[in-house]
Design a protein around this ligand. Structure first.
Ligand SMILES: Nc1ncnc2c1ncn2[C@@H]1O[C@H](COP(=O)(O)OP(=O)(O)OP(=O)(O)O)[C@@H](O)[C@H]1O
Ligand SMILES: [Mg+2]
Length: 265
């Protein structure tokens, strides 16, 4: 699907004015965003920006203090995680959270915990193996013995077993080589197109995320500070300087731009 036709699809996730705390510490403050059906939407930002907190609040791991999350027209904020999964959202967490002493197959099958139809679970398992043949090869092996990249594949594969409409991916490139990152992102794109999984993708690796995404948001200190078509963000000098860590021009103009950006906080 082209970006243009994806833009016309319906909004399936709509977040308004969301606020989440860790005790007295505010981690996201007034976040509003939209995800359209069939899109890959990325949320970029530095360490501590609030990206993981945002995903945890959507998936029900955390309850928001304020704000609403509508998914397919229903408000889901504050619901238990398993109910959110049943409604069609799956969270592939930062750090993967696999069970190291269980086998690869057992880990993947855990992702089907909301399902009971054995035949369709078996078919979904084959679908997962078709995207990640290495996991089929290693299916009897303890998951803790997989490489980092294979563990990321396992986490995504486990997530697919719930047959999600929306997948929340937290830093799939974390700790992976550039080559393996490319491979994972290629599979994310294929899942988006072939399995019709809408993706909300959190990344510090802005370049790789924007190349895969249709639309992007940039977070800073718990707020959204910028949003646009991924292609536009990819070509934006500010994004290049502040979020890709590229800063070729250490000149007067660069200084001024930086000051302007600081006032967003
Ligand atoms: N369990 C926690 N208890 C207290 N504060 C927390 C906790 N987890 C996160 N925070 C704080 O909330 C803020 C947002 O953290 P979050 O993990 O959402 O950031 P992030 O954008 O995912 O960062 P990273 O890119 O490093 O994963 C940070 O200031 C962080 O210190
Ligand atoms: Mg994080």
């Amino acid at each position: 699907m082209s970006n243009q036709s994806k833009n016309k699809t319906e909004v399936i996730l709509k977040i308004d004015n969301l606020e989440s705390y860790y005790g007295p510490i505010v981690a996201i403050r007034g976040v509003s965003l939209e995800v359209r059906e069939g899109q890959i939407v990325t949320v970029l930002g530095a360490n501590g920006a609030g990206k993981t907190t945002l995903l945890k609040t959507i998936s029900g791991v955390m309850d928001p203090e304020k704000g609403t999350i509508s998914f397919l027209g229903n408000q889901i904020q504050g619901q238990e995680p398993d109910r959110v999964v049943r409604s069609g959202i799956v969270h592939v967490p930062e750090g993967r959270e696999i069970f190291p002493i269980l086998s690869v197959a057992e880990n993947i099958e855990l992702g089907a915990y909301t399902k009971s139809d054995k035949a369709s679970i078996a078919a979904d398992l084959e679908m997962v193996y078709s995207y990640f043949p290495i996991l089929k090869e290693r299916r009897s092996q303890a998951a803790g013995t997989l490489s980092g990249g294979q563990q990321q594949m396992l986490a995504i594969g486990r997530g697919l077993m719930s047959r999600p409409k929306l997948m929340l991916l937290d830093e799939p490139s974390l700790g992976l080589s550039p080559l393996l990152t490319q491979e994972i992102f290629e599979i994310i794109r294929r899942l988006n197109q072939e399995q019709k999984v809408t993706m909300m993708l959190v990344e510090q690796n802005a370049k790789v995320a924007l190349n895969a995404a249709d639309y992007g948001y940039v977070m800073e200190l718990g707020r959204i500070v910028m949003e646009d078509e991924a292609e536009t963000l990819n070509n934006s000098k500010d994004v290049q300087e502040f979020y890709l860590g590229v800063n070729q021009e250490e000149n007067q103009r660069g200084q001024k731009r930086w000051k302007q950006r600081k006032t967003w906080r």
